[in-house]
Design a protein around this ligand. Sequence first.
Ligand SMILES: Cc1ncc(COP(=O)(O)O)c(C=O)c1O
Length: 368
Amino acid sequence: MSELDERFRAAALACDDTVVWHARRGPAETMTLLAAAAEELGIDQWDRYGEDGAVGRLETDLAELLGKPAAVFFVSGVMAQQAVLRVWCERRRSWRVALPDLAHQLRHETDGPRLLQRFRFEPLTEGWETATADHLRKIPGVGDLAAAQLELPLREAGCLLPSWEELTAFSAAARELGVPLHADGARLWESQPHFDRPLPEITALFDSVYVSFYKGLRAMAGAAVVCDAGLAAELRAWRQRMGGTLFAMTPYALSALVGLRDELPRVRESVAWAAELAKELVDRGFRLQPDPPHTNTFLLFADGDPDTISERVVAFMEKQRIAPCGRWRPALAPGVAMTEVTIHAAALDKDPATVAGWYAGLVSADAG
Ligand SMILES: Cc1ncc(COP(=O)(O)O)c(C=O)c1O
């Protein structure tokens, strides 16, 4: 970590308020909230190896919310998706999985899925592009794939989503070809307003869907897969083989229940607020990916040096005690800086035009 990274982190930690991501909640405050929630939700027994208790409640609630017969809780999404894809591979006697080249497994998992599970990943798309039925059909030997995976939204592309028509056409093509379709729905909650369809209508397009609890829903950590009962039983076996069936998982499951209760109802508002901020930023000459945003997250670009802009953000945070944005980084184009903007409920009491004005001030001396 560079010295500037360290100063940025310290200044952000010292802030009392934030525009991006969630307001900070310390361990003691989090545990107090969870203790109260256990009472409020009537969770008075521990789960044992993921059976019953808060885990059982979460799995039942989630299966109903997402309209699938079963749900399986995992402490991490990385493990959840290795388990799902492993089952599809075993069933199909193929190790070929098609996914976008920007997928989380290929960018952020230190090559674990390939090294541990022997998956052979094949690119569905390259770069900032959403996968269409044509992309799938063009894969050589497509009918022999173990599975295809879409990431909803594609985070590395600025949380990019397909249109509803593109998504339904992709699902229909996968069914016609007999290829199981899996969704990395780490940010499915934040994607739902874009499709403007009930969650079960979205999940019905897939054979398995992974969701995360600690991004939009602000839990401590945790993930789940929704699917049919047969797949769920196999996932439980793989979870145990991978060392993921902890003696007790109640704290994580409880924090996910709190997220579903307290944060999920505010996601639509956060997505709308991000759209307002995006409009104000475009009016001030910023470039966005995607423009307009599809979710509560987008990539923001400005001419200038990322470290110089980040230095100004540090000074802003030290003075105002508000974190307006994250660290700026070099974009792929020379002389251009970028940052990922993610909006949750902490931003909702702020005026998007005022925040866009802050951003313009932070980049102004470098703006072209
Ligand atoms: C798109 C996507 N997939 C999978 C994961 C993995 O989730 P976890 O951190 O729970 O292992 C993440 C985490 O950031 C993600 O963003």
